[in-house]
Every structure is written in structure tokens, then in C-alpha cells.
Write a protein that binds this ligand. Structure first.
Ligand code: SAM
Length: 320
């Protein structure tokens, strides 16, 4: 299955394998390999027969143009990028912060609502595999059915089950007994209406997390925790990517005007400045020279913005 990364898996694409289709970094989709089927995108038309029996990672040429795609072995992260978005989803960056801070590990029992597009369900399933359990709840019937179909096709259904249920109105059902959950994840528009139900299912010392895009939702949720939880923490996760580039050197990198440190460092810097002055003099004599370049890191121009606030809390242990 998609989430059992600790089990050696075949690297060969076989009929019904889940295949992530990489057209570009911004364009990922998926197919279940089916003999005699075709997949088309703006890169061209791709015949499943051209990659069935090959190794994952294979580059497949289009049969009608000079375009190509790569067939990738699925991971939870690639799945989040390629799945059909039926709702807003929890992206891999938030997923990893949630699974870490819920203290999930193989064997954990975790409850989740709503299931939405199932992106988070896959991340939770991987964290608790192979012997843990994810009970996911969704009050939209079609979404609940679609999620269960996908869990089956992706080989996650032994770990994750979606139940059609309104957790705010009816609570979390009988799937795990009261006090039986190690962790609970809420991605709901009104999480404060589910707090009482969630705390009933959580074991003492268990961890609860709620994911909300607005600070007002977060504040309202936090208020409902005060009597029964401790270690309440709200964080916002931002992705800041740095890229490595070769750019013209800045003047300060060439002639450092400050001298500090040991004699040796001072001398090295003075020598550098002297060498630079000489180079400039020579350059002026010989006419314009190409600018000196330097490898440097800098933040990527495009930075992923705010997704949501993540609130974590630990259920208090009752005093004896
Ligand atoms: N975390 C999911 C993912 O990563 O794919 C996305 C969840 S989506 C933003 C929120 C879902 O909660 C929607 O599918 C909605 O139908 C469901 N929902 C809203 N209120 C609910 C309730 N009271 N009980 C169960 N599900 C509910």
C-alpha cells in the first residue's frame, strides 16, 4: 500500500498500481495502471502499456508529440500534490507538523474529522502503520464514500476507515471506546462544537489538534479547552524556501571594510582587499571586464503564504 513505506515494495509497475504522473513540478496527477488505457495531458498522449512492467521512475514518451512524463512511485506527499481536490486539503508541510505534535507512532489510534479529500487521512495512516488505526468522520455522504473507495484502491483501507457522520451533532461513534484514542485531529469549520465529543474519546494525556484558517475560529476553539487540557499551543507553519544561485558578487563580499578576529584573519582580509584593489586597477587599465560572480543562497521569490493555525493541547489526567 501507499503508506507502508517500511515494507519492501515492488518497484515494478503492474496493472492497478497507483502511478503518480509527473509532467512538471506544478503539474502532477495520477492513474491506476490499466492495460490498453491512455492518459493525456498537455505534454501528449501516454499509453499505460508503455509503462506497465517497467520500473517506477520511468520516463514515458508521448505517442503523438515529443512530450514526455515520468511515472513516480506514490508517497503520501506526492499523493497530496496529485489527488483530486474535493475540498481544501492539509498540505504536506502542515501534515508533518500535525503527526509529529500529536506524538503519533506505529500502533497509535487516531480519530479525524472531516475527511474531506483524504489527504490528511493518508498522512495519519502512514504515521500509525502497520498496526495502528485511523477512524475518519465526514458528514458529506459522497465524500465519505469516495474516500473509502480511494483508501481501498491505495491499499490504506486496512488502517483507515471513513464513517459518514456529523461529529459536531452526534459525536465520534463507537469505532473506538471512550478514552481509547491516542490522538484526535479536527479540520472542521466549527471545531469548538466538537471539543466535548473529542475529549470524551481521547485518553488522559492524549493529544488533540485543530486546524483552522482564521484566528477567530482558533480563539473560540481554545476557549473550550481551558478546563480539560494543558500545554495548549497555537502555531502557524510557513514555508520559506531558499534557492542557490550564481549572482554578481556584492561589493561588501569583495572588500570587507571591517577588521576583526585574530591576526591571521585580519591579514587574510587585508590581503583580500589589496588583491581586489589590484584587480580593479588592472580592470580599469584593460577596459570593462565581465562582473565577478559568486554562489549564494537567497529566499525564493515566491513564498507559500498562510495556510492555517494549528492548535495543539494535551488532555489533563484527572486527579485521584
Ligand atoms: N483535512 C482534509 C484533507 O486533508 O483532505 C480536508 C478537510 S475539509 C477542509 C473539511 C471537511 O469537514 C469537509 O469535507 C466537510 O464536509 C467536513 N465537515 C464539516 N462539518 C462536519 C461535521 N460536523 N462532521 C463531519 N464532517 C464535517
Amino acid at each position: 500500500g501507499l503508506v507502508e513505506s517500511h515494507i519492501p515494495r515492488s518497484n515494478t509497475i503492474t496493472p492497478s498500481s497507483l502511478c503518480v504522473i509527473f509532467a512538471s513540478y506544478a503539474s502532477l496527477s495520477f492513474v491506476y495502471a490499466t492495460p490498453n488505457q491512455k492518459y493525456s495531458n498537455r505534454n501528449g498522449v501516454f499509453h499505460h502499456n508503455d509503462f506497465i512492467g517497467k520500473e517506477f521512475g520511468v520516463k514515458v514518451p508521448s505517442r503523438c508529440s515529443d512530450g514526455f512524463v515520468y511515472i513516480m512511485r506514490p508517497t503520501v506527499e506526492l499523493w497530496a500534490h496529485s489527488l483530486n481536490h474535493r475540498t481544501q486539503i492539509c498540505h504536506p508541510l502542515d501534515q508533518s507538523v500535525v503527526t509529529l505534535n500529536l506524538h503519533l507512532k506505529p500502533g497509535s489510534i487516531v480519530l479525524e474529522s472531516g475527511t474531506g479529500s483524504g489527504a490528511m487521512s493518508h498522512a495519519l495512516s502512514r504515521a500509525v502503520a502497520p498496526n495502528g488505526k485511523v477512524w475518519s468522520y465526514e458528514f458529506n455522504k459522497v465524500r465519505a464514500e469516495t474516500a473509502n473507495e480511494e483508501f481501498k484502491k491505495n491499499g490504506v483501507d486496512n488502517i483507515c476507515t471513513c464513517e459518514h457522520r456529523d461529529v459536531c451533532g452526534e459525536g465520534f461513534g463507537e469505532s473506538c471506546g471512550d478514552g481509547g484514542a491516542d490522538g484526535i485531529f479536527l479540520d472542521l469549520p466549527e471545531p469548538w462544537t466538537a471539543t466535548e465529543h473529542a475529549l470524551r474519546k481521547l485518553r488522559p494525556d492524549g493529544r488533540l489538534c485543530s486546524y483552522s484558517p482564521c484566528i477567530e475560529q482558533t480563539q473560540r476553539f481554545v476557549k473550550t479547552l481551558s478546563d480539560s487540557c494543558h500545554s495548549v499551543m497555537t502555531i502557524e507553519v510557513r514555508l520559506k524556501e531558499f534557492c542557490v544561485d550564481t549572482l554578481p558578487a556584492l561589493p561588501m563580499e569583495i572588500s570587507m571594510p571591517f577588521y576583526y578576529g585574530t591576526e591571521k584573519v585580519d591579514k587574510a582580509r587585508k590581503d583580500k582587499v589589496k588583491a581586489e584593489e589590484e584587480r580593479k586597477k588592472k580592470e580599469a587599465e584593460e577596459g570593462e571586464q565581465p562582473k565577478r560572480k559568486k554562489i549564494r543562497t537567497r529566499p525564493a521569490a515566491e513564498m507559500r503564504g498562510h495556510t492555517a493555525f494549528l492548535t495543539f493541547a494535551t488532555k489533563s489526567v484527572p486527579l485521584k
